[in-house]
Every structure is written in structure tokens, then in C-alpha cells.
Design a protein around this ligand. Sequence first.
Ligand SMILES: *Cc1c(COP(=O)(O)O)cnc(C)c1O
Length: 459
Amino acid sequence: MELPFAESYKIKMVETIERSTREEREKWIKEAKFNLFNLKSEQVFIDLLTDSGTGAMSDKQWSAMMLGDESYAGASSYYKLKNTIKELLGFEYFLPTHQGRAAENVLFSALIKEGDIIPGNSHFDTTKGHIEFRKAKAIDCTIDEAFDTEIDHPFKGNVDLNKLENTIKKYTPEKIPFIILTVTCNSSGGQPVSIENMKGIRAIADKYKIPVYYDSARFAENAYFIKLREKAYENKTVKEIVKEMFSYADGMTMSSKKDAIVNMGGFIALRSEEVFKKATVFNIIFEGYITYGGMSGRDMNALAQGLDEGTEFDYLNTRIRQVAYLGQKLTDYGISVQKPYGGHAIFIDATKFLPNVPKEQYIAQTLAVELYLEAGIRGVEIGTLLADRDPETRENRYPALELLRLAIPRRVYTNNHMDVIAVALKNVFDRRDQITKGFNILEEAPIMRHFTVELERVK
Ligand SMILES: *Cc1c(COP(=O)(O)O)cnc(C)c1O
């Protein structure tokens, strides 16, 4: 008999999580104005709000923390991280920052000016925010297949090369300080970009002399998918693939809270000394001196170790198979989820799940609340609340998809937890005909309303 799959680690430290009764959850969610961001973490049994900064560090990461060098300048922890980035990712220059959006803030301060155009593949919201804040524009050149949840395309994060070249021609290369490629593509559901596509982007970028930067939060998960899905790479190690991926980039921004498996941190890595010098000025103003930039020495040590562990096949195999395990269970129960399953999360098609809730009553949010009430599980709405209002008409923007995202923290939950999540959703699914009403907004902020919005049940 073939041996079944098992995790590539064992557990050394545990944290108790609290079960609650449905009655308690009814009370708490009401007090939270039906916004799951307002819940206290103790009121949540399984927390799938995000995979950002929620991973479990290893024994080696914790021991690396004890060796942190907290010197203001020239700390050994800085050099350790610098060497890891050079060896693993191939970049000569690097700047630490306190998280991913800080890396964007620093790099974009050096590169973007008003009126610029930044093409890319479904820019992440903080990336788009930092572009628009500088009165520049993000143009989405993702392939069309990405926006159909049912199409089983291996690289739904890919850039449509025709869209990219047409964008460059339309706006002229002078208006485009760089192209940004998000790996994996978070906004299209943790979907990877192929090496072939990266080469194609590089060729176009070279033709028009435009630099390419990678938004790299989940670069290791991207490399894992390349190994599994891109024929020429099946015998390469994840680390070899990672090196090749970045060989087509001029630089990168990183949210270390994702694939580097630390709870806080980020960085910029670069090939050009000139860009490094420009960015350094902003790093010192916004983040801190060159050799710490918003991070403690111990945190840089844990990050260096996390980058190494996060690019090991066995770790990635454990993680991504767990996400797929949940996806498969839901599929078996007849629940419609985005395919293929992404690297860090499962996305449930809420419109198909709750066909009787009108879109004006926030379908995905209604499902998020139902799942919380059912079993104390916290997911996050990726739908109309998140899409905000049109800045001019102030009307709700209804996105193509109303999704409930279940993001899986790294090395935190077991497959028993995945079973609980799947059955809880099945129970809600079985009584979907009785769920006919959603929510009204009581209060909302002018932008990024989903974090603080207050809701009431439609009577
Ligand atoms: C999380 C994330 C960011 C922002 O990083 P923070 O560490 O949350 O500031 C940027 N891009 C992508 C793709 C991300 O997933």
C-alpha cells in the first residue's frame, strides 16, 4: 500500500484556541456590527482572515532570534540577511523595511512621478494605493482567463503580453517607470505566473527599455507551482526556480509576512546601485538607517532563516497540499470554489453559494457572518464591501465576483481544522434556501470601508 501524505514537521509548542457556543457568537457578532474585523481573536475558533504575519516560526527561527545583533549600524543580522538575499534571490543590493507596503512606499518614492503609468497583473491593493497616492495609474494586464473561476488554467497570474505591449505603445515608454509583476498574483486568487511568461515580459521590457520589478510576497509558492506545472522545470529544485524567476527582474519588493514565514517585516532588493542610492534616501526618512530599516536585528535573523525554510520543497508541499485538501473537500460537497486552488487561500463563489441574497445586501459578507455563526470560523469578504464606492457617483461598485476568502496561515492548523471548516460550510450550504436576507450599511468610511464598516441585518 502506498503511504499517505503527512506534514514535513512535528509540533513543539502549542497555543490553546477557544470554542464558543452559537449563542455567544450571536452576541459577539452583533456587538461587532457584523464586521469580522471587529471581533476579538479570542472570539474566533479558526482564524482564516489572512495568511499575512500569522504563520508559525520554526525552532531554528526562534533560536536565530536569540542571536540577533541590535547594533544601530553594521549589525551582523543585516549582513546575514543581505547574504541570504544575494544567494537565494540573486540581488546585490537590499534595504530592510518594516513590512511590504513600506517597501512599496520607499521604492515608489524613488521611481514614480505624477502622471506615470504602471502596468502589471492585478496589482495588490496597497501597491495600487501607493501608485494612485502619487497620482499615477495602475493598468491591469492580467490574462482574461483569470477572471473566470471555473476555467482550469495552470498560470492564471500571467500577464497578457499583447495587453502589456499595447499599454506601452498607447502611453509611450517614457511614461512608464517600471512594470510590476505580482508573484503569485494575490488579487486573482493566489495564482502563479509561469517562467515562460516572465521571459516574455522581460523581452518586451528590454525592447522598450523599461525595468521590471516583482511584488514578491508569495514568490516561493509561485516557484512551487512552476515546478509542478511547467514541464521544463519538474526536475529543478524550488531554490533553482526562485533564482531563475528573479533573474528576469531588476528588483523586488517583499512582504516577509507571507512566504518568509515571519510575523512582521519586509525589504527591497535591487540590481542597480543607482536605484539603491535613490531609495536609500527615502528608506532613511521613512524606515530607519540602511542596516536596519524598521526591523530589529533578531527579526532580520528570523527572516533570513525563514527565507531559506520557505523555499524548501517539503515545507511548500505540506502547505499547498493543505490548501488543496480544503478546496477538494468543499468541491466534493458541491460548493463552488475558484480553480485551480490557489497557493495561500480558497475562494468561495458566494453568489453561487447564496443564490437568494440580493447583491445590494452584500452576499459574500452574509456568507462570512453565517460561517462565523456556524462554527466560529473567520474568513474575509472579497466582494462589494471591499470594492468600495465609485469615487465620482458614490454608487456601490459591484465586482465581477463576490468571494469569501479562506486564507490559510502557514504551519498553524492541522487537517482536522480543515475538516471542521469544510463541514461547517456544508452545514450552511445545506440550509442556503433559508438564507434570503443580507445586510444594510449603518456607517462607513470614505475609502477602505471594509475595515471599519458597521452593518445591520435586513429585516
Ligand atoms: C501583503 C502584500 C503586500 C503588502 O505587504 P504588507 O506586509 O501587508 O504591508 C503587497 N503585495 C502583496 C502581493 C501582498 O500580498
